[in-house]
Write a new protein. Structure first.
Length: 69
């Protein structure tokens, strides 16, 4: 089962995060959120297999800055 590990504000950032996780050997799927007419500027869910959630979370915590910090 696929599990959401991050919600990116847009497709560009989602692709960067996907590359980060993929380079670490994880399987990654992107799923657009919201209305389709927003195209690449809409939010995107980043999903990994349930068995890789913990590893993905660690990678994200170490590499993706938290908004406002």
């Amino acid at each position: 089962m696929w599990t959401v590990v991050y919600i990116s504000p847009n497709r560009v950032i989602a692709e960067q995060i996907k590359a980060l996780l993929t380079n670490e050997g994880l399987l990654v799927m992107l799923r657009p959120l919201g209305v389709p007419h927003l195209g690449d500027s809409g939010a995107v869910e980043i999903l990994v297999p349930e068995t890789e959630v913990e590893e993905a979370s660690l990678i994200l915590t170490e590499n993706v800055p938290i908004k406002g910090k």
